[in-house]
Every structure is written in structure tokens, then in C-alpha cells.
Design a protein around this ligand. Structure first.
Ligand SMILES: Cc1ncc(C[n+]2csc(CCOP(=O)(O)OP(=O)(O)O)c2C)c(N)n1
Length: 366
């Protein structure tokens, strides 16, 4: 029953673009990443890890709702959005809080979202961050739409869209790639291939050996990279963004990564995969944060005391953001009906009325 993910890693390692190796060394001299950018990468990934671990504890305490952990995917999320401009569009999924945070969303908002609060979907005024897509792959078409609109308006903005390997089996993925190819939209498709769509391993949902190769069918450049290597993610996405901005069309990036834990707090990964083997392999070779830490230390760019101090500051900040979220007024039942359409349709109004009557008679809201 449990699929051996070690084979997946072995195969993946053979044929992807990697810059930073698991022992913290650079394969290519050409990485040319600014020192300040490398420090930002480390700090963002560190705060992501701290947030994620705290969120899991809060869920177990019943203080936030179901939560989707992104531990293991920090390199994809931080490295992917750092090359964005504030006029670009970001389309995340329910697992991409790290991408949202790095692009300007606050932890408080992200906590509110996971507490089931509508206001958690309000994103910063000065950024084009779309609320997380829960229906799988729908956001890919939206990202082609915004990119096409910008192209028609003569603007050089880019749309960056995140999705998982499971999304590539949806019709929306293929429709989006088809339109992006036909209209040469400035869209960067960033697939985090973490090997699983909930309990379904990649080889059971697709006969394609890779996701990157699917670009060929639409005449879109497809690139497969090591998604646990933040340098490879950053450089590849940066290049794809620059290409799109110059009017040279879309790119499909497959970042091979790891979902360290369960799909969400509502499932148990041990039921369908060898979790122990994954954790062992991950700690040895795949932890993106450990890899960058090693590189920075190898090059005398980071000390233990600096990391300790940042960790304390970040913990404090995240604790404060959570306190604010917890003190935020509780959502009302009516809010559920408010933002479906700009103006309530009669059907929505009817549902709201009936639901309130149901509650008035002592019915439950969940
Ligand atoms: C259209 C649609 N079908 C099914 C689901 C149920 N569902 C939620 S997450 C998920 C798996 C998605 O896997 P993947 O795209 O690989 O992303 P990951 O969760 O691994 O980040 C499914 C099938 C959904 N949310 N939307």
C-alpha cells in the first residue's frame, strides 16, 4: 500500500536542474545571487517553518480549523515569489501561505483564513494576491486571464500561478496551458510536485514521467527543477518572469519537492505512505531550509547566534499576530452569504433567510 517515495527522489534527481546540493555546495558558479537576497531567502524560510509548526499546534488545540501544512515546500514558495514585482499577480492554493507571506500578506490574515474568517481573504491593497484557490486547478485559468488582459492593455505584468501535481490531471490545467500557448500570455505556471494528491501518488494518477514534459503538447517551455533547492527555484522563476515580461510567452516549471506531513490536519499520511522513510530521507537530503543553512555557514554568511536571535524575534512576532487574530471579532453567520455576488441574488437571499430561521429554531450552524 505504502509507495516507496525513495524511487521518486532517485528518478527525479537524475533529470532536474539543481544549483544547491544537499551538502550545501553550489554545482554551478553562475548562480550570481546577491548576498542580501540569500539572507532574505533564509529569513523568509525560517519564519515560514516557525509559522507552520505553530499552526499545527494551534489546530491540535482547537484554536484554528483544519490546516494544510507546507513544511518541506518553503523553497518553492519563498524562492518563487521573490522575483515578483508588486504589479504582478500571484495565484496561490490553500497550501501556499509561505508564498503569500513572502509577497506581503500578514500572518494575522493567514491565521484568520484558517480560523474560517472571511476577512482572512483580504489581501494587501498594494499587491495583487488572489485569495487561495481550494477548487483544484481553477486558478490556472484565472492566471491566464489576468495575463492575457495585461497583454491586451499593453502592460508588462506577469501572472505567477501555484498548483500541485494533482492539479495537472484536471481539465482546467490543460485548458489553461492551451490558451496560454495560443495567446502567448505572460503566465508562469509553477507546479509543486510533492509526489501526492492527498493519498494518490503521482505515478498512479499520470502516465507522463514528468509534468514538465506536458508543456511540449502546447509548445510551452517545460523545465524540471529541484524544488528543495531555493537557488534553482529562484533562478528558474526569475528567468521565466523576465521572459514573460519581454513578451516571449509562458513557462511551465515543475519543482520536485516534498510534502513533509499529511495532506491536511484532517488526514493521516501514515495510512498511505511510508512516513518514517520519508522523514529520514527528507532530513538527510531534502530539507530546503537545512540546505540553505549549510551553504550560508559553509560560506561564513550565517552564525548560530544570528539564527537564534532571528528565531526568537520571529516567534514573538508570530505569537503577536496570532493574538491579534484570536482577538478579532468572530465571524457572523450572515457573512457567509455576503460576498458570493456583489449584490445578493434572490436565491442567496432565500438561503440566508431559511438558514437564519433554522438557527432561530435552535438548529446548528455546522
Ligand atoms: C475540483 C476539486 N476536486 C477535488 C478536490 C478535493 N481535493 C482537495 S486537495 C486535493 C489534492 C490536490 O493535490 P495537489 O494538486 O497535488 O496539491 P497538494 O495538496 O499536494 O498541494 C483534492 C483532490 C478539490 N478541492 N477540488
Amino acid at each position: 500500500m505504502a509507495v516507496d517515495l525513495r524511487n521518486f527522489y532517485e528518478e527525479a534527481r537524475e533529470e532536474y536542474y539543481q544549483v544547491l546540493t544537499p551538502d550545501g555546495k553550489c554545482r554551478h558558479d553562475d548562480h550570481r545571487i546577491d548576498k542580501q537576497v540569500m539572507m532574505d531567502m533564509f529569513k523568509y524560510m525560517l519564519t515560514c517553518r516557525i509559522f507552520d509548526e505553530k499552526a499545527l499546534i494551534l489546530q491540535r488545540q482547537g484554536r484554528i480549523g483544519t490546516y494544510a501544512s507546507f513544511k518541506g515546500q518553503e523553497a518553492c514558495q519563498v524562492g518563487g515569489v521573490l522575483p515578483l514585482r508588486s504589479t504582478d499577480w500571484l495565484f496561490p492554493t490553500y497550501r501556499d501561505h509561505g508564498a503569500m507571506y513572502t509577497h506581503g500578506q500578514t500572518w494575522k490574515q493567514i491565521f484568520l483564513y484558517w480560523m474560517g474568517h472571511m476577512d482572512g481573504s483580504i489581501t494587501p491593497e498594494d499587491k495583487k494576491i488572489i485569495p487561495p484557490a481550494v477548487p483544484i486547478a481553477t486558478q490556472l485559468l484565472h492566471a491566464v486571464g489576468t495575463a492575457w488582459a495585461d497583454k491586451l492593455d499593453g502592460k508588462d505584468n506577469v501572472s505567477l500561478v501555484y498548483f500541485g501535481d494533482g492539479a495537472t490531471s484536471e481539465g482546467d490545467f490543460h485548458e489553461a496551458l492551451n490558451f496560454a500557448g495560443v495567446y502567448q500570455t505572460p503566465t508562469v505556471f509553477l507546479c509543486q510536485n510533492n509526489g501526492y494528491a492527498i493519498s494518490v501518488p503521482f505515478e498512479k494518477q499520470s502516465a507522463s514521467k514528468t509534468i514538465a514534459q506536458r508543456g511540449k503538447a502546447y509548445d510551452i517551455e517545460g523545465i524540471r527543477i529541484d524544488g528543495n533547492d531555493i537557488f534553482a527555484v529562484y533562478l528558474t522563476v526569475k528567468r521565466a518572469i523576465e521572459k514573460a515580461r519581454k513578451g516571449e510567452g509562458p513557462t511551465l516549471i515543475e519543482a520536485v519537492t516534498t510534502r513533509f506531513g499529511s495532506h491536511t490536519t484532517a488526514d493521516d499520511a501514515k495510512k498511505y505512505r511510508d512516513q518514517q522513510a520519508i522523514e529520514k530521507e527528507w532530513a538527510k537530503n531534502e530539507d530546503p531550509l537545512a540546505r540553505l543553512r549549510l551553504y550560508l555557514k559553509n560560506n561564513d554568511l550565517l552564525t548560530d547566534s544570528e539564527e537564534k536571535q532571528w528565531t526568537e524575534e520571529m516567534r514573538k512576532e508570530i505569537d503577536e499576530q496570532f493574538k491579534e487574530a484570536e482577538n478579532y471579532p468572530r465571524p457572523t453567520v450572515q457573512q457567509m452569504f455576503e460576498h458570493v455576488y456583489k449584490e445578493k441574488t434572490w436565491t442567496i437571499a432565500k438561503q440566508e433567510k431559511e438558514f437564519l430561521q433554522h438557527l432561530g429554531k435552535g438548529g446548528r450552524s455546522s
